[in-house]
Design a protein around this ligand. Structure first.
Ligand code: C2O
Ligand code: CU
Ligand code: CU
Length: 483
């Protein structure tokens, strides 16, 4: 992995000029007035850090489900403010954050496949923000394009038709150049699409269907979230906003919807002693369940897993760990009836139409300027990189050529479509990557081919690395769907 020292060795000091404008602009953002410092941006990480508390002493919260303010004409209307808040992330400490609706993890929107919703966001911050529905099949004007922001004090209604299959999506800020810090400070939440066509499968649901947002963070001595876009080893993994929480479970099957909402770090997860069975990925259910011992989630990737806690007696504990250490403990506290199932077949994949266009996408870093590039170019909102005919099926080969200086990981995310991974480094993708995806991970030197069909809307959408520190510094480009 590339470290600060590597960057300095690569003569990247000049890059500090890139960092400071965004940092200065946002210095006081989360505290709403600058009374609380956030450390220096582009400087060295804080020496001390607020204690994260005794492991497994706080309970993992489940983000509240948003309630519609009204429903008529077959449309549910929601209203969510974008505002600062002061929340308890570390035990006994108040941390200023940016929030959708006042919580560090925004309210979970539970939509239904085929039923339209509208969400009105009121931007109560003193600078622009916006909302992107990650994984959503939505019109360009509802997509939260980086240049299409909600001015301070203004409201904006996003229209989500949910003409797509059931999936674990999420929503987050996408405001140009500030998305990384905004998401880091809390502008993120779950958006789950329940699919009536999947009810017969009888996967665990209700309180046994639990969204779990994992994300790396760094705190300073006062317990403020410390943000530096070049901080590559943030030590604390927050789980629904708490460090190393516990979560009481019944001895039965659960569906856990895991999301890596980190702006930069990749998480490699394993559960001690119990099998995790992956049933879903970014775009919804896999064709068949896949037992996994280790789960790697790049930023923005999701995995739905089924875990059967009935294999453990009440009183036992099961720990979910990441390479940094334990992140979440499940405490089996009671027996329970379980009418859920884990069928052998889940959801067939749609047919792959023959592709008519092939494209190359190269992800790279200029180590002199620390600019992150796609096909050698920096993000330019006035440039359309690819023009795509409406309805076309295309194969894109994405290659991460950053093998120098220890290598840089990237991910690749496309708006509007769910794609299929055809192969990874010329070999068939792992079974857990065979479903519909909107984000793929690319280790240094890796090359992945994906296939997508672009239909439903005309207009421009972005594609980018989902390490938001990279996309905020250039690793983003634009497609336009034309008639
Ligand atoms: Cu998670 Cu451009 O999005
Ligand atoms: Cu997206
Ligand atoms: Cu990247």
């Amino acid at each position: 992995m590339i470290s600060r020292r590597n960057l300095l060795a690569a003569g990247a000091l000049s890059g500090a000029g890139l960092v400071i404008p965004a940092g200065e602009h946002l210095r006081a953002v989360a505290s709403g007035g600058g009374q609380h410092g956030h450390g220096t941006h582009g400087g060295s990480p804080p020496r001390g850090a607020a204690p994260t508390g005794t492991p497994f002493s706080v309970r993992m919260p489940v983000p509240p489900v948003a309630m519609p303010v009204r429903s008529w004409g077959g449309v549910d209307h929601y209203r969510i403010p974008i505002r600062t808040a002061s929340v308890e992330l570390l035990p006994g400490v108040r941390t200023p954050v940016l929030s959708y609706g006042g919580g560090f993890v925004g309210p979970t929107i539970r939509a239904r496949a085929g039923r339209r919703i509208r969400v009105e966001y009121h931007n109560q911050l003193d600078h622009p923000a916006n909302v992107h529905l990650h994984g959503g099949h939505v019109a360009p004007e509802d997509d939260g394009h980086p240049m299409d922001v909600i001015a301070p004090g203004r409201s904006r209604v996003y229209d989500y038709p949910n003409r797509q299959r059931g999936a674990t999506l999420w929503y987050h800020d996408h405001s140009h150049h500030t998305e990384a810090e905004h998401v880091y400070r809390g502008l993120h939440g779950f958006y789950l699409i329940d699919d009536p066509q999947e009810r017969h499968l009888r996967l665990p649901d209700g309180q046994y269907d639990v969204p779990i947002m994992l994300r790396e963070s760094r705190f300073d001595e006062q317990g403020n979230l410390y943000f530096d876009p070049f901080d590559f080893d943030r030590p604390v993994v927050l789980v629904n906003g708490r460090p190393q929480p516990y979560f009481p479970v019944a001895a039965r099957r659960y569906r856990l919807r895991l999301l890596n909402a980190s702006t930069h770090g990749t998480l490699t997860l394993h559960l001690d002693g119990l099998p995790m069975v992956q049933v879903g990925t970014d775009g919804g259910l896999l064709p068949a369940p896949v037992p996994v011992t280790e789960l790697r989630l790049g930023p923005a990737e999701r995995a739905d897993v089924v875990v059967d806690f009935s294999r453990r007696r009440p009183g036992s504990q099961v720990v979910l760990s990441e390479t940094r250490g334990p992140v979440l403990r499940f405490d089996v506290v009671r027996h329970a009836h379980d009418h859920s199932r884990l069928p052998d077949r889940l959801r067939p994949l749609p047919a792959l139409p023959p592709p008519t266009v092939r494209r190359e996408v190269v992800l790279s870093t200029n180590f002199e300027t620390i600019e992150s590039l796609i096909n050698g170019k920096l993000w330019d909102p006035d440039r359309i990189d690819f023009r795509i005919r409406h309805g076309a099926t295309e194969v894109w080969r994405i290659t991460n050529i950053d093998t120098e200086f220890g290598g840089v990981n990237h991910t690749f995310h496309m708006h509007l479509v769910q794609f299929r991974v055809l192969d990874r480094n010329g070999r068939p993708p792992a079974p857990g990557e065979r479903g519909l995806k909107d984000t793929v991970f690319l280790a240094p030197g890796e090359s992945v081919r994906v296939q997508a069909t672009f239909r439903g809307y005309l207009g421009r959408y972005v594609y980018h690395c989902h390490m938001l520190e990279h996309s905020a510094y250039g690793m983003m480009a634009q497609l336009r769907i034309v008639p």
